[in-house]
Design a protein around this ligand. Structure first.
Ligand SMILES: [Zn+2]
Length: 293
């Protein structure tokens, strides 16, 4: 599996003129087991984001537009920005055919083409990139610039708040702490535990664009982990992650939203962020910085 290669693809870094947080949920079965003990509680997450007044993006497994249509309907009815995740999380990642099928069933269900995509385990491969371009996707939010699963730390990918590939596809990478290649998403905030989070906040702080993602299995405790095919290390990390929480981690999400608000972050769905930077024309001033109008 060849990750995106910046020697083949033209990479243009772009800078935002303000602090923006783009929250998302990767909508998939629990730990790719096919179980839905956590997934079936998605309405609680919808309620949490509504309570916090945070717009967000759902990256939905493509097959759900065939097999879990009431769930997809619920997301659309609640005004969530619905985009595509991989077709089937039980597979190691999308083939061009799988991605094509996802796009087709999405369009059939939603009545429009998908604009954005998130790859399985953040692995944006050369083949997926080419397929996204061919199918007319406008943006992607997969690139993992941290040392983590799916990490792609080529120096050309490490610049800018976001990137444009081949002058066409906007890339909004998963956040890291400023100057520290540790992922800044719900899984990693939970692994840091509260004292670690406070240290990371004060020593590093968030970058201008915080692309922060959740999984239902990070949000609510469930027993699906027992059925998950995981390496012993990952299994241990999941146990550790849950060791200081009872039924859910909603308070950690509330605390992080409060922290970003206090730092004047604007909350946008990823598609709204894309529309915003596109309408600003990804303008660059003489220093190479894009300014949002
Ligand atoms: Zn996923």
């Amino acid at each position: 599996m060849q990750l995106l290669n910046p020697d083949i693809v033209r990479v243009e870094p772009r800078t935002l003129g303000e602090n923006i947080a783009a929250f998302s949920l990767d909508v998939e079965t629990d730990y790719a087991t096919g179980r839905d003990e956590a997934l079936s509680q998605i309405e609680r997450f919808i309620g949490l984001m509504a309570e916090l007044q945070v717009p967000w993006t759902a990256f939905v497994e493509g097959r759900f537009f065939e097999t879990r249509r009431p769930l997809c309907r619920l997301l659309l009815d609640r005004g969530v920005d619905v985009q595509l995740h991989c077709y089937d999380h039980g597979e190691p990642g999308d083939t061009p055919a799988a991605l094509e099928r996802s796009a087709a069933v999405y369009e059939d269900f939603c009545g429009r083409k998908p604009a954005g995509y998130r790859a399985h385990t953040y692995r944006l491969t050369q083949s997926i990139f080419e397929t996204l371009r061919r199918l007319g996707f406008q943006w992607d939010s997969s690139l993992m610039r941290a040392y983590a699963q799916g990490g792609n730390r080529h120096p050309k990918f490490l610049q800018g708040d976001y990137l444009i590939f081949d002058g066409q596809l906007h890339e909004f990478p998963i956040a890291t702490w400023k100057g520290l290649p540790v992922a800044l998403n719900h899984t990693h905030v939970l692994l840091a535990k509260r004292p670690g989070e406070l240290v990371l906040r004060s020593l590093f702080g968030p970058t201008r664009l915080v692309t922060y993602n959740f999984h239902m299995t990070d949000l609510v405790r469930c027993s699906s982990l027992r059925a998950a095919r995981r390496t012993p290390t990952v299994r241990l990390l999941h146990r550790y992650l849950w060791s200081t929480h009872r039924g859910d981690t909603f308070d950690v999400a509330r605390r992080f939203v409060r922290f970003l608000r206090a730092r004047q972050y604007h909350f946008l769905s990823t598609n709204a962020l894309f529309e915003r930077v596109r309408s600003a024309g990804d303008r660059r001033d003489l220093t190479g910085n894009a300014q949002l109008g």
